[in-house]
Design a binder for this molecule. Structure first.
Ligand code: AQP
Length: 342
């Protein structure tokens, strides 16, 4: 059966989430949030979550976690997510996520989990000391998506493998129980910035939890900080090429070109058409201007919203109630399918 045939009985619905595991980065913004906003305008139901249960797979200070969750919500709202158009909530307030996550722990195979590259990256050499939650993370992520029968999942490239695992779990569940209950959710990975790299190391993803603050642009950075970080971003001594081929073995240069393209809403080749032949001493100031123009209104609005945390909390409470109204019957039907007595 093709994906289209399998999914045709399901209403189109978008689900995605971000962990409140630190401050939002430019990578989260370009790779995820900006595309959440685009999809909100597409006439499909959109559900966006702050996945706090995922965040605690590594240690989080409780007060910091509460702050980060509100700040992430402020980032969603400041970037243009509208609680009247999208459902916005934090995962822990919809207990069905953890409940379906457990069911999927019993569907997912150890061999599948062992292939997850994000676990290997995050656990590093010390896998024995990693939490069981970090290992099971992709199975909870499958529950997040399938609890809403979501058909589309906008993510950055690093999450592609987890959405593929979600499809494997859905297919195995449907097969084992002889049903066509869960859809084959599609990852939506588009644009020039599906993988924004660290400003200090072009082989590493820009990440909230990178110990070096200079490696990322935070959505709360002020104009001076953004300028300083871009000026200090690692590059090479060559001028920018005029063709994309010339960026092949230059990850840091390619990263800055991709960031420029994503912020300007043009293709990387169009950036090279405008800036090819320039040294970084000329290109970086142009990138600083673009980044500051684009990000300053968002960070100002985030700061304003953070002064009104009651309003943020009310939006999340309302979102959780609306999310539960969808999630609860789907969990109950799942329980019925697997034979839980009620
Ligand atoms: N560098 C990136 N470029 C493009 N997209 C990115 N995303 C994250 N980093 C980049 C996308 O943002 C969404 C939310 O990610 P997440 O917070 O759930 O987890 P993550 O992918 O592990 O993000 P971080 O920033 O690296 O968090 P930490 O440091 O806590 O692990 C996803 O769609 C992701 O693809």
């Amino acid at each position: 059966m093709t994906t289209e045939a399998t999914n045709s009985k399901f209403k189109q619905r978008v689900f995605s989430g971000i962990q409140p595991s630190g401050g939002l980065t430019l990578g989260n913004y370009l790779g995820a949030i900006r595309r959440f906003v685009d999809m909100q305008e597409g006439g499909i139901e959109t559900i966006y979550c702050m996945v706090d249960l995922h965040a605690i797979t590594v240690w989080q200070d409780p007060a910091a976690l509460r702050h980060q969750t509100r700040e992430l919500a402020a980032g969603y709202l400041a970037a243009g997510l509208d609680p009247k158009k999208s459902i916005l909530f934090n995962q822990s307030q919809v207990p069905e996520h953890a409940q379906l996550g457990w069911v999927f722990n019993c569907i997912a195979r150890l061999g599948w989990m062992n292939r997850m590259t994000q676990f290997k990256d995050k656990a590093g050499k010390n896998a024995e000391k990693a939490s069981l939650g970090l290992y099971a993370y992709p199975s909870l992520m499958a529950a997040d998506i399938l609890l809403y029968h979501a058909t589309h999942v906008p993510v950055g490239e690093d999450q592609k493998q987890h959405v593929e695992l979600t499809r494997d779990i859905a297919a195995k569940f449907n097969h084992d129980y002889g049903v066509d209950f869960f859809p084959m959710s599609e990852p939506v990975i588009e644009g020039a910035a599906t993988r924004v790299m660290s400003l200090r190391d072009g082989s590493k993803k820009m990440s909230k939890s990178d110990p070096s603050d200079a490696s990322r642009i935070n959505m709360t950075d002020d104009a001076d900080t953004i300028a300083k970080k871009i000026r200090k971003a690692k590059t090479d001594p060559e001028a920018l090429p005029s063709e994309l081929d010339g960026l092949k073995d230059r990850p840091e240069a390619r990263n800055l070109v991709n960031i420029y393209a994503a912020l300007a809403g043009i293709s990387p080749q169009a950036v090279l058409d405008q800036h090819g032949g320039q040294q970084f001493s000329a290109f970086k100031p142009a990138l600083v201007d673009l980044a500051v123009d684009h990000l300053a209104p968002i960070s100002t609005e985030m700061a304003r919203l953070m002064q009104h945390s009651d309003e943020i909390d009310a939006i999340l409470r309302d979102g959780a109630a609306r999310a539960r109204a969808i999630a609860s019957p789907i969990l109950q039907q799942t329980y019925d399918i697997i034979g839980m007595l009620r």
